[in-house]
Design a protein around this ligand. Structure first.
Ligand SMILES: [Zn+2]
Length: 255
């Protein structure tokens, strides 16, 4: 089987850090070949770069500014994130975006989001988007500001009705553990609509552990369960899903 790629994990998280050898070992037992570890602020972006540097053909990193954290992003922090992006050769800018579920300043989220899109444009890097309960605004900002940039919608949760609109922007849709949940029907309906050349898979580990391991710590190995569910929904084999999603992820991140 083609090795799977976990397009979104947080290997610097306290629940995973220091446990890299066993996490990588288990990933390879589950057929997971590569992973992209995601930055959310200056500290986590620097940590992600460090982890990736230790495993150059296996782990890749991004630099990001998470919308839930904007209340503590002053000019100094944002400038540091920009400097990291210019110096550390990330594979994408993200996660960035909007989060209207958590209670942080929405106007500032928009300012930071647009500033990070401009950074991606300056560096010709793709975008990894976090969107929670902000579907219309994320769509509007991407269509106004991100023309011509490659876009990945992390942990896609906007349901089947938004699929066509985001397709028109050229987005990739990254499917995470909730597709396996009982209450994940709208994600499964979206997966049924998304063409195979627009799909990738992720864990968002250590969060969002897919069934049958829900409740335990998540790790990149378990992206296999998500890929299996995607295969079931689309009436394909795991092999076919692995091959296509890996091809899409390699092209997107240039890895
Ligand atoms: Zn994340």
């Amino acid at each position: 089987m083609a090795g799977l790629i976990d397009t979104h994990c947080h290997l610097d998280d306290l629940r995973l850090v220091g446990d890299e050898d066993s996490v990588l070992q288990k990933a390879s037992e589950f057929g997971v070949e590569r992973m992209v570890t995601i930055g959310t602020d200056e500290v986590t972006s620097a940590a992600a770069a460090k982890i990736a540097a230790k495993h150059p053909d296996k782990i890749f990193h991004t630099v990001g500014a998470h919308p839930s954290d904007v209340d503590r992003f002053g000019e100094e922090e944002l400038a540091k994130i920009e400097r990291l992006a210019r110096e550390n050769k990330p594979k994408a800018i993200g996660e960035i975006g909007l989060d209207y579920y958590h209670d942080s300043n929405r106007e500032k989220q928009v300012v930071v989001f647009e500033r990070m899109i401009a950074l991606a444009r300056e560096l010709s890097l793709p975008l990894v988007i976090h969107n929670r309960d902000a579907h219309d605004d994320v769509y509007r900002i991407l269509s106004e500001k991100a023309k011509g940039l490659k876009i990945l919608l992390h942990c896609y949760s906007s349901g089947p009705d938004f699929v066509e609109r985001f397709m028109d922007l050229g987005c990739l849709f990254s499917i995470a553990g909730p597709v396996t949940f009982k209450n994940g029907q709208s994600i499964r309906d979206a997966v049924a609509k998304i063409p195979l050349d627009r799909l990738v898979v992720e864990t968002d580990s250590p969060y969002l552990t897919p069934e049958p391991n829900r409740g335990k710590r998540n790790e990149p190995a378990y992206v296999k369960f998500t890929a299996e569910k995607v295969a079931e929904v689309k009436g394909l084999t795991l092999e076919e899903v692995a091959e296509r999603t890996t091809q899409n992820a390699k092209k997107f991140f240039a890895i």
